[in-house]
Design a protein around this ligand. Sequence first.
Ligand code: S3P
Length: 441
Amino acid sequence: MSRRRLDFQVAPGGQLRGRARVPGDKSISHRSIMLAALADGISEITGFLEGEDCLATLSAFRRMGVTIDGPDAGRVRVRGVGLRGLQAPEGPLDLGNSGTSMRLLAGLLAGQSFSSELIGDSSLSRRPMRRVTDPLTRMGADIHCSAEGTPPLRIHGRALQGLRYSMPVASAQVKSCLLLAGLYAEGRTCVREPAPTRDHTERMLRGFGCQVQVEDGWICVQGGQRLRPAGIEVPADISSVAFFLVGASIAPGSDLLLEHVGLNATRSGVVEILRLMGANIEILAAREVGGEPVADLRVRSATLHGIEIPRALVPLAIDEFPALFIAAACARGETVLAGAEELRVKESDRIQVMAEGLQALGVAAAPLPDGIIIRGGAVGGGEVEARGDHRIAMSFAMAGLVAGGPLCVRDCANVETSFPGFAALARGCGLSLVEAHKELP
Ligand code: S3P
C-alpha cells in the first residue's frame, strides 16, 4: 500500500482578503449521522463536512445496515433504522484519525445486542480510551481497550444501567459517549462536567425530539427515548475559521469576511481570546439556524499583544490552540497558557509539536506540562513538522504569511480529515501556498 505525503510550501507576504465560507462543522456533522441513523425515518442533512473523519462515521453506519445517500455537495439523506435497528458489522470498524467517532460510537455500541470492534490509525491508536471505557463499565458495559488504555476497543453489546457520573476531564466526547449510552440504559443517565464543553449533542438530541434535562449542573437523559427524524443544517466550522481569523489578524492589510460561522458559546473561545489579544473581529448578522447560533465574522489585521489566557476559556477553544500559538508568536510580549494538559493527547502532542515548530522558526516557545509560554517576535522561514496533525499543518501555513522567508510545512495530508479544500480556499483569499505531493512506499 502506498500513502501520499503532502507538504505545504508557503511564500511569505500577502494578505487575506475577500469572503470565504469554510466547510461544515466537524462535531455537528458526526452527530448528525449518528442521531439520524437512530431516528425512526428519513433525515436530511445539508452542509455536511465531507472530511475523512466524518466520512469514517458515515461509513461505519453504512456497515451497520443504515442506508445513506450522499454526501453530495454537503447533502446527506439518512434512512434511520430506529434505536434498535442497527445490525452487527462484519469485521472491525476503522475510524481512521477520528477520536470523536471512536469515543461516541463506544457509547452507542455498548448497549447494542451485537459485538463490535473499533480501530483507528497510528495517531488514534495512541489516544486514551479509559476515559470512556471506565464509566461505560460502570453502566454494565462489556468493553475493553489495550493494557495501555488505547484502541482497539472490543465491545460485546449488552443491557446497560443508568449512571450518575461526575467527569474527571472536561470532554465533550466523554459526555456525548455517556449520553448516547444513556439512550440504551435502563433508567436515567446523568453526567456533570468540571467545566462547560461543546453542547452539540444535547442540542441535537432535543432537535430529534428527545428530552435532555439540565438540573444543578447535571445533564440527564432517560433511557429508551425514540428519536424523531429531523432536518439539520450544519454551519461552517469555527475551528476551521480559526486559521483565517489568525492569518488575517497577523497579515497587514487583511480584511476578510467569513460566512455562516457556527458561533455556539461553547465553541467561540477563540474569538474571545483573539479579541483579548487586540484582534479586530466583528460579529455580523447573528442569527439562529437549526438550533445553533450562526454569524458572519469580519476580521481585519491588527496589532496583537500577548496575554495570560483565562483558564475558563480553555475548554471553549480547545481545538484552536495551534492557531492561537501562531497569533501569540506574532504578538508583542508574552502569552501564557496553563490548564491545557488535554492538548498533549489530541491528534498529536500539540504542546510539544507546536513548541518544536515555533522554535525551528526562531520563536521563543517554552513548553509546560499543561501549556506553553510564547514570546512574540520575528517568525523566520524554514521547515517545520506538522507530524500528521491537521490543525498544526494549517496553523503553520498561516504563519507563512509573515515569515521572514519561504516556509515548508511537512506531513500535511491529514488536513483532509477536517478541512478538504483548505489549500485552494486559502489561496483564493491570498495565501501563497503550493501543495507538494510525494508517493511514499
Ligand atoms: C469534540 C470534542 C473535543 C475536541 C474534538 C471534538 C467533539 O474533544 O477536541 O476535536 O466533537 O465532541 P474532547 O472531548 O476530548 O475534549
